[in-house]
Design a protein around this ligand. Structure first.
Ligand SMILES: N[C@@H](CCC(=O)N[C@@H](CS)C(=O)NCC(=O)O)C(=O)O
Length: 224
């Protein structure tokens, strides 16, 4: 199995998805918390391009970017496959994972940050992206079918992180009436013991988003 380390930050959903994948595969690992506001020389050495967490270190070899890390984990440890076996289905899963990271994560954060007239527009835009996930999960237990798969881990931030963003940003994106299937999936997903055990405390997350919003707004207010 070799030595496995995860360099992460507790408030970061991109790291939690990596821990979920390792746990699903039954891989033991050492977790090392990084302070992303005061980056360690180790992080800068292991991820010199993006300087971000997570970094997976397997037998001293670093792998970065969480979607790439998930694929590496899936190819290295074969138990409980994350991606489908069929090449077309795999391509589709990768497409939706990329969509979810590019549109849903940043759409939700955009709506969280927005103020005044921009807020309604940003909420609508984020909900348009979430509507694709709603279609995708309709009639299924998990995005992966009967078992948790790649896409479940990728959108696994929704139940907790989205709730915290909604609280900090004073808005509601995942309305149960608008997104009944996604809402139900989120409620079930977060109750799974293996999923639950990697989650940060909600209060910590909400405080983190609130502090980030305050910081960004103070920068904007002090612009010349
Ligand atoms: N696309 C990256 C995103 C990772 C990411 O944004 N990490 C953030 C934590 S939320 C980070 O390390 N930020 C430090 C920085 O931007 O300087 C992935 O999927 O791994």
């Amino acid at each position: 199995m070799g030595e496995v380390k995860v360099i992460g930050a507790i408030t970061t959903q991109f790291c939690t998805r990596v821990e979920w994948a390792l746990k699903l595969k039954g891989v033991e690992y050492e977790y090392i918390e990084e302070d992303v506001r005061n980056k360690s020389p180790t992080l800068l050495k292991l991820n010199p391009v993006h300087k971000k967490v997570p970094v997976l270190v397997h037998d001293d070899k670093p792998i970065v970017e969480s979607l790439i890390i998930l694929e590496y984990i899936d190819e290295t440890w074969k138990a409980n496959p994350l991606l489908p076996q069929d090449p077309y289905e795999r391509a589709i899963a990768r497409f939706w994972a990329k969509f979810a990271d590019e549109k849903c994560v940043w759409g939700a954060w955009g709506a969280c940050k927005a103020e005044g007239e921009e807020k309604e527009k940003a909420i609508q835009c984020a909900q348009e992206s979430l509507a694709f996930l709603e279609k995708h999960i309709e009639g299924k237990k998990f995005f992966g079918g009967e078992e948790i798969g790649f896409m479940d881990l990728v959108v696994g931030w929704i139940p907790l992180w989205l709730g915290s963003m909604e609280e900090a940003g004073n808005m509601k994106l995942l309305e149960a009436e608008k997104f009944p299937f996604l809402h139900e999936w989120a409620e079930n997903f977060i109750q799974i013991p293996l999923i639950k055990e990697c989650l940060p405390p909600r209060e910590k997350l909400t405080n983190y988003f609130q502090a980030t919003l305050n910081y960004l707004r103070s920068l904007a207010n002090n612009k010349p």
